[in-house]
Design a protein around this ligand. Sequence first.
Ligand code: OSB
Ligand code: MG
Length: 388
Amino acid sequence: MTRELAAAGAPVRLDAIELRLVRLDLVEPFETSFGSVASRLVVLVRMEGDGVEGWGEIVAQEQPLYSYETVETALHAVRGFFAPALLRAPLAGLDDLASRLDAYRGHPMARAGLELAFVDLIARLRGRSVAGMLGGTRDRIEAGVSLGIQRRVADLLDRVDRYVALGYRRIKLKIKPGWDVDVVEEVRRRHPDVPLSVDANAAYTLADRDHLRRLDRFGLQMIEQPLDHDDLVDHAELQRSLETPICLDESIGGVRAARQALELGSCRVVNMKVGRVGGLSQALAIHDLCLERGVPVWCGGMLESGIGRAHNIALASLPGFTLPGDISASRRYFARDIIVPEVEVDPSGMVEVPRRAGLGFEVDRDYVEGVTESVERIAPQRSAVPVP
Ligand code: OSB
Ligand code: MG
């Protein structure tokens, strides 16, 4: 990593890592091929060190549907193993943080949440913006919106109309068998030129190849994750018979999967989620790889609270993020977000990248207290588990 994050000045001694569960209702249920969610149980990570705090978010969901991680597995991994490893001795930088967790397998969202809190903390310590520390170069990023499966096509068309009118730069439609070609056809008829994509969340198999080819006539920007969550080979086979670029989300678990996907031809576009890939070190490596190979990257979303979204905005300011992300205004998700100011999308469909120190948003503490379900504080102590 060539960035200043690798070793950022004097080592930072963490005084505590706090895990806070916050319940936020969505403005409307969000339905994908794997189910519907009406509210989010958000895991916030707060780190204290050198008199400063940093905030991150663990994007695991309550049920193991998008990935095997859940809120409970994340708490278990952080409480039992990850936090003690970070509290053991001062942290020299992001690489040191990642290497303390190297011996452990899996739990990428849990690790990523810790990296995010740490990066916010050191950015605040040095009076730098998170975006700047990551190597971000953009002042504004393009907003997109991901629209869930609806009961009726008319309900979807209403929502497409609304976000197109608000200036969003790309509309993504969630699809599944029975809610795909005909639905896309209606949206396309009404909006012939709007940048459009679809996301299947692994709802199809290679046997659906001919059916999926029917999507080719709509000029979609991409079809996201049509096949299994951990597949690369069948996606390569499918991509050979599709004109529409495949974008992989679930299948890109880290820089190795990204490299193999590009080598196999499994996709032509990459969805980046820092939680899915296990943190910023992986995310930056994938970014650099894709930039070098000319492969477009965009920042995905996990219905994050404002904390997670603020981190996504910072990451999406890097030069390789050349397509609009699943980064929408706070009010697209929640009646009230937990950050001040909330994330806004301007009439040209852009989101401003803050240049203030740290994330550039403050946590709305009073509101957070009111929606908190539990808080757990982990402080340095002699570890009960063997240190690998
Ligand atoms: O597949 O991109 C996905 C939300 C939760 C889990 C998976 C996905 C999504 C989204 C919403 O599409 C993106 C967002 O606006 O946060
Ligand atoms: Mg997706």
